[in-house]
Design a protein around this ligand. Structure first.
Ligand code: SF4
Ligand code: SF4
Length: 350
């Protein structure tokens, strides 16, 4: 689809409003001042791409999830941590200010949780310095196939998780909500009346019968270690790492030094890694802490539903469904958690 076609189509929730050309004009104005990333079409998939570089922003398809989450902008797949030459270490240039438009509710939630994680304990300065320079504009989600945020509790917009939010909840009445001073400034030429984000949009749903028992999940995941279900999953899993690459809350990485002919000169790189790959937990001497694939799968789920839940009070899974969608053998977190609840049922429900 070219940009002309996408300008002429309507977004659900904007019905009856000639909003796409106006929305595009506003976004063009932002991109004239700073880098703007926006969902764009890439071979039939959605990706966040710099405005102006793609064939056309897919504003009429905002409800579809992107292939790679917004984390790729704040934690790039590959980055130089520093250059070195003899006695001198040079840090990379200061990051640029960027704006990202079109984040779904679960992605705003994941972005906040990933940032909390990166700021916790030993702050990750490369990530945080980029994140500090980024503004986010959320948009009401129309649900992608296979997503399940109602199960994980990442199904509402938290205060402080966005700079602006385009609320398309009521058909024909789009609202632009402010979440920060920087967002208010960004909204200056927007084709919508700016409103303050009210509690009605940021309040969590009172209760949701679909929600997983998040309080007891850490213990239940712990107790499920060694259960046959993990061997059954391991028999299907290819150990490819796709699930962690597309996950907005996974952040495993490794570092590598690249040197010139003179080994005292070069650079240190940080690259994405995956706890699902065999070599991830291999240490000097060849010992591997998680040689068995079943242990690696359990580890991934324990990180998300045990450690992250215990540390931050929310699971490290937003329920976006991307891992299931992009897993070559269709391993679905909903089935995994259902399995954990089943194998631990006796101790928790009797
Ligand atoms: S584990 Fe899967 S469903 Fe959960 S946040 Fe990561 S990619 Fe999304
Ligand atoms: S994407 Fe699927 S097959 Fe690949 S490592 Fe993840 S769970 Fe296993």
């Amino acid at each position: 689809m070219n940009s002309r076609e996408s300008e002429n189509q309507e977004i659900p929730g904007l019905a009856g409003v000639q909003a796409i050309p106006e929305l595009l004009a506003w976004l063009r104005g932002i991109s004239a001042r700073q880098r703007l990333y926006i969902p764009a079409d890439k071979g039939g998939n959605r990706i966040f791409e710099e405005f102006g570089l793609s064939d056309g922003p897919v504003l009429n398809q905002l409800q579809e999830r992107t292939v790679l989450p917004v984390k790729k902008l704040f934690l790039p797949p590959s980055e130089i941590l520093f250059d070195f030459s003899h006695e001198v270490i040079r840090p990379p240039a200061e990051p640029e200010d960027i704006v990202v438009f079109g984040l779904h509710v679960c992605e705003l939630s994941a972005d906040s949780l990933l940032t909390a994680n990166m700021a916790n304990d030993r702050p990750d300065f490369p990530y945080l310095s980029r994140r500090d320079r980024g503004l986010t504009i959320g948009v009401t989600c129309q649900r992608s196939p296979g997503c399940f945020c109602e199960k994980t509790g990442h199904d509402h917009v938290s205060p402080g998780s966005f700079d602006l939010f385009l609320d398309l909840g009521e058909p024909g009445r789009p609202r632009l909500l402010a979440g920060s001073d920087a967002g208010r400034e960004l909204a200056a030429a927007a084709p919508f009346v700016l409103e303050e984000a009210a509690q009605e949009i940021t309040a969590p749903p009172a209760s949701n019968p679909e929600r997983w028992p998040l309080e007891s999940l850490p213990e239940r995941i712990h107790d499920s270690f060694g259960a046959v279900m993990w061997d059954e999953l391991a028999a299907r899993c290819l150990g490819c790492g796709n699930c962690t690459i597309v996950c907005p809350l996974c952040y495993c990485f490794y570092t590598r030094d690249e040197t010139e002919l003179d080994p005292a000169m070069g650079r240190r790189l940080r690259l994405w890694d995956s706890c699902q790959l065999l070599a991830f937990a291999r240490v000097a001497g060849g010992h591997n802490f998680r040689e068995a694939r079943s242990e690696r799968i359990w580890y991934r789920f324990s990180h998300k539903f045990m450690r992250t839940q215990q540390t931050f009070g929310a699971p490290g899974c937003s329920g976006c469904g991307a891992c299931f969608h992009f897993c070559p053998v269709g391993i679905d977190p909903r089935q995994v958690i259902a399995g954990v609840l089943e194998v631990t049922k006796k101790s928790y429900e009797e």
